[in-house]
Design a protein around this ligand. Sequence first.
Ligand SMILES: C[S@@+](CC[C@H](N)C(=O)[O-])C[C@H]1O[C@@H](n2cnc3c(N)ncnc32)[C@H](O)[C@@H]1O
Length: 230
Amino acid sequence: MEYRSHEVRHRLEKVGRAASMLHMDVLLLIYHFAKFSTGNVLEIGPYLGGSTIAAAFGARESGLQKKIVSVEAGGRLKHFRLSSKNIIKDLKKNLTGFGVADDVTLINGRSFEEATMLAVRHALGTGEVGLFIFDADNNVRRDLDCYGDLLADSCWLVIDDYFGPAKAVSIQTQVNELVSQRRLVPFGYYGWGTWVGQWQRLPKAMFPIQATALYQGFLLSIDTKRSSTT
Ligand SMILES: C[S@@+](CC[C@H](N)C(=O)[O-])C[C@H]1O[C@@H](n2cnc3c(N)ncnc32)[C@H](O)[C@@H]1O
């Protein structure tokens, strides 16, 4: 890749050492997609923020206004290199340390919880996401059911753990199913088993009922609040 001798590689190496479990090639791809894809970024599972910071650098260097929305459950995690007793606190510290805290909308919650979904939908509209990063648990399908309507046609997806740990079995099965249903188009595998590809939008009428119903409920609640204040 052209970036191997580029200065951004040195910046991202620092990010990787301080804040990421992902391979350098994956951080570079996230940077590249955030810089060159059209639209905003939605991330599930930033942990200490390595992937988020890579996306924020790319978005900033695109010269365009891009939103970066990142959803993190929080808690604590033991890792041989990057443990945390308070994920949200350490994540905020890293975003600040690398100068991108103001570029990121951080949502503290599990991706599938109603409050989280409402907060994400408050920040991002239908078809606005050009890069979706999933590096959370073993259920990417669930989050694509929750947020698929926010993804633009040809949105780039970076899905970690396609190969590797125990959770990879489920991720791999889900991704393969979505590929065979032509919802996902594979591009390649990078780093230590990260799947990269693109999204194919469904016609509007076919969006999963869960997301559509929740969104309609959200609109209705805004409408009710508006009419009670007028
Ligand atoms: C493997 S780490 C992410 C690593 C990170 N992307 C990086 O660059 O190193 C997984 C993170 O996902 C979070 N997580 C797991 N399931 C989640 C969910 N359903 N919603 C939000 N965050 C989740 C965990 O708390 C953890 O911080």
